[in-house]
Design a protein around this ligand. Structure first.
Ligand code: URA
Length: 238
């Protein structure tokens, strides 16, 4: 696509285009665009106008560090949603969270406009791993690892696939652990621990598929995935 067509798509007039080019405010992969007659590709090049990244014709992928109290939905009458946390420019019509974290759960949540990819990431047949940090209100004894590894059965008879438990510390009043699951049943982690006999008092997702929450992303903040990270998802799903 020609650069002038692209700039037209984001509402720039010819006059504005000329001005932006002349003043170096249109960049392609970090270099000033010399003319708007150039052929460009937003899938292959990073094109910025007045610093803003153009994402025309491309899917959007964000990684968010969800705070407590925010719902994993696009709209909600009562509570702030994960989409409300995005800057207005990033709040696209079709952007939605990939799966859900409970309102009181924190941590890593992907948001995307790529419906099919989001669907694949959630589908049980892809066995996308999710790891959570958990605090519970009682002891996690030596039998706990086997209990989770054998596949927890809920009271209603639903069976979970084997989960991997790593006990960090255990005590009569409180224990800490990491748990890795490969499904996303409703309230799954909380129900699994209830089945073991303790209640979850804190839950944070620290990884999802190939992504890990890192300290560079404070609670309530998000960032776009890099092209390489988007490739990781595709490779991960095979
Ligand atoms: N399991 C839960 O119980 N809650 C979440 O938010 C995520 C997994």
């Amino acid at each position: 696509m020609r650069l002038d067509v692209l700039l037209g798509l984001v509402g720039k007039s010819r006059r504005e285009m000329k001005y932006l080019i002349k003043t170096g405010q249109v960049t392609i992969d970090g270099q000033r665009a010399a003319s708007y007659h150039l052929n460009v590709d937003t899938g292959l090049q990073e094109i910025r106008v007045e610093q803003d990244l153009l994402r025309i014709g491309q899917e959007t992928y964000f990684i968010l560090n969800k705070p407590k109290g925010v719902v994993s939905a696009c709209q909600d009458k009562e509570h702030q949603t994960v989409v409300d946390l995005l800057a207005p420019v990033d709040r696209k019509d079709r952007i939605y969270p990939v799966g859900r974290l409970d309102r009181d759960t924190e941590g890593l949540l992907l948001l995307t406009t790529n419906g099919p990819l989001g669907y694949q990431l959630l589908h049980p047949s892809y066995h996308v791993t999710k790891t959570y940090e958990v605090v519970v209100n009682g002891p996690l004894l030596a039998d706990a690892n086997d209990f989770f590894a054998q596949g927890v059965v809920f009271l209603d008879g639903k069976t979970c696939q084997p989960a991997q438990l790593e006990i960090i510390e255990t005590g009569d009043e409180q224990s800490k652990a990491r748990i890795t699951i490969v499904e996303g049943k409703f309230h799954q982690v909380k129900k699994m621990f209830l089945a073991y006999g303790v209640k979850v008092t804190y839950l944070k997702r620290i990884s999802f598929g190939p992504f890990h929450l890192d300290d560079a992303l404070p609670v309530g903040h998000y960032r776009a995935l890099t092209r390489q990270e988007i490739e990781w998802i595709k490779t991960y799903l095979g």
